[in-house]
Design a binder for this molecule. Structure first.
Ligand code: M6R
Length: 585
């Protein structure tokens, strides 16, 4: 949520480097942007409303610059509210939420602020400490101790060389190349320059100058050493290539990503299964699409290992937190590994002694670093806001984990699960071709003018109906709702009227009966299933993948959502009001 990026080096095109880097972080927020360059001791600010990808601005030569691509929290989408903010001698960009900003704002003087943001108040506090004679580290330390909430900040102070950054709860990392140092909220910002990274931990600060990088503990001020880590992501992988959108590219990447997820070392899977075995309460925590994956995992575990797991949307977990103790396993599913709702529960759970297993795409993310066992998705960078390849990789890992659990409990064989996933991956591979996408496009054309859509599924296809609804809602803005197929007759069927499109996931006899009930009330029935039923007005075939059917079924649903967005003239990579990683609560 909000992209922040800074560079300090020997090249004089810092402004252009920052713009280029922010364009690669645009998925984190895209309502407005701003860049500060430092030139001959002065800060020059450029801020605009709109997408950074459309920015054309030319900057004067400078060796230091930083910027921000915003997803609004405090205050509307205006030039004044966009970052960086300038207060006194301090220029600052912020990602996070400063919960107690209002009291500080009032004390300093509401009339002295240009924006409605919480972030400008951080700049004012740092400025206040600088004016009192604190050195930059002390000023940032003192300010950090006044902030309740999460933050990643990048700033410069007039009269002081270099750029400072600090974090607590929001992601921030440092990239190191031969001629420059970068600070960013995500790796893609600087991947074209370097893949050598230092991860900043909570309550750490970094000061970058031309040839000098200094890390310190934010609380004690003591300098610290950081390990250089080479990330396995490539710049090419983070580009769209021949695809028109990241969403489509990432859907097609499922040809490889599912098999990459399956090829986890079996020992790693077994160590995660052992965590489950040692605990007497298992909670799967996740948000959005990852939460629907967790809901599918509930079916996997019930069917495969006979274990009852608890699945809770992370934002709802506070109600159940009193059940967490040292015998609890918290299984976090998060593509980004930075989702605040998930992270906060894990932080509190850790303090109570709970064991943490994470299923994440970013191996050095905050969620990963707090975990006892990390199961990496290995899906490569996922840039489209709509999660696709990460979702199927997460499902594959949950499926494997259920098999590892079954083996440990003497109820099944791990390799049988892996083999079924291999077959599923091959079947999906065969599916993902332009002809298949064209067929789905033709179906999309027939329903694109409808404002409501319903999706039904049974068993592990029920959470897929919920996920289908999220995918369609977020990229096409069609009101879509998913239901358990058997629940229709208990209320939702009242919504069915002439020509309302209803996606029917699956072809088991009971679901087909429910499809007939829909048809009898005028619905346009679109089957997504291995076999064609007479009741279907349209049919999208999926291979028969037995226990892994939910994984295969998700793929055409993703393509359909994408096609609906395109037919409606929308940009599926940047849906309105959303951001890729949600680092605020
Ligand atoms: O990074 P995470 O997996 O924790 O993100 C969770 C949700 O924000 C995410 O899945 C969201 O629902 C996607 N936009 C759905 O496509």
């Amino acid at each position: 949520m909000c992209g922040i990026f800074a560079v300090s080096g020997s090249q004089t095109n810092a402004g252009a480097v920052v713009i280029a880097g922010l364009k690669k972080l645009e998925y984190r927020g895209y309502d407005s942007w701003g860049v500060a360059i430092r030139r001959e001791g002065k800060v020059v600010l450029e801020k605009q409303v709109g997408k950074i990808s459309e920015a054309q601005h030319e900057f004067e030569p400078a060796t230091e610059a930083f910027g921000h691509s915003r997803w609004a929290t405090h205050g509307g989408v205006t030039v004044q509210n966009s970052h960086p903010h300038r207060y006194g001698r301090v220029t600052l960009a912020h990602n996070g939420i400063f919960e107690n900003f209002a009291s500080h704002k009032e004390r300093i003087g509401t009339g002295t602020f240009q924006s409605e943001t919480d972030s400008e108040v951080i700049a004012a506090l740092i400025n206040e400490h600088v004016e009192k004679g604190c050195d930059p580290f002390e000023a940032i330390q003192n300010t950090a101790s006044q902030i309740k909430g999460r933050f990643a900040i990048i700033l410069c102070i007039d009269g002081v060389d270099g750029i400072f950054a600090a974090r607590r709860g929001s992601p921030l990392l440092v990239g190191r190349s031969a001629d420059a140092t970068y600070i960013a909220s995500d790796i893609p910002a600087f991947l074209e320059h370097t893949s050598t990274v230092n991860y900043l931990d909570d309550d750490e600060i970094v000061w970058i100058r031309k040839d000098n990088v200094l890390f310190a503990d934010l609380k004690t001020g003591k300098s610290i050493e950081k390990r250089n880590i080479d990330v396995p992501w490539s710049e090419e992988e983070a580009q769209k290539g021949d695809f028109k959108h990241f969403m489509l590219k990432e859907i097609f990447e499922q040809k490889e990503t599912i098999s990459r997820a399956i090829n986890q070392p079996s020992e790693l899977m077994k160590s995660a299964a052992e965590v489950l075995a040692q605990c007497n309460g298992v909670y799967f925590l996740a948000c959005g699409t990852a939460h629907k994956v967790a809901a599918t995992a509930e079916y996997f575990f019930a069917d495969i290992s006979g274990r009852k797991i608890n699945v809770v949307a992370a934002s709802e977990m506070p109600t159940f937190e009193s059940f967490i103790n040292e015998k609890t396993a918290l299984i976090a599913i998060s593509q980004s590994g930075e989702t605040a709702d998930v992270l906060e529960i894990l932080e509190r759970g850790k303090k109570k002694g709970a064991k943490i297993v994470s299923i994440t795409n970013v191996e050095m993310s905050s969620v990963a670093r707090i975990s006892d066992v990390v199961l990496p998705l290995n899906a490569g960078v996922e840039k489209a806001v709509a999660s696709t390849k990460a979702a199927t990789a997460q499902m594959a890992i949950c499926f494997l984990l259920a098999h590892a659990d079954a083996e440990l409990r003497g109820r099944g064989i791990f390799n049988v699960g892996r083999e079924l996933l291999r077959e599923t991956s091959t079947a999906i591979n065969e599916l993902l071709n332009p002809r298949y996408a064209e067929h789905i496009h033709a179906v999309a054309e027939k329903i694109v003018d409808r404002n409501n859509m319903f999706i039904i599924g049974r068993g592990s296809l029920y959470p897929m109906a919920l996920e289908a609804a999220i995918k369609i809602q977020e990229v096409s803005y069609i009101h879509a709702q998913g239901f358990a197929a058997g629940e229709l007759k208990h209320g939702p069927i009242a919504l069915i009227e002439n020509r309302v499109p209803c996606l029917v996931l699956g072809d088991d006899p009971e679901t087909i009966s429910n499809a007939m009930e829909l048809k009898a009330r005028g619905a346009k029935v679109i089957g997504i299933s291995p076999t064609r039923a007479d009741v279907f007005d349209e049919w999208i075939r999926v291979p028969d993948c037995d226990g892994a059917q939910s994984i295969a079924t998700l793929v055409p649903v993703q393509i359909l959502a994408y096609q609906l967005a395109i037919l409606r003239g929308l940009d599926p990579d940047m849906p309105r009001n959303l951001a890729k990683s949600v680092t605020v609560k």
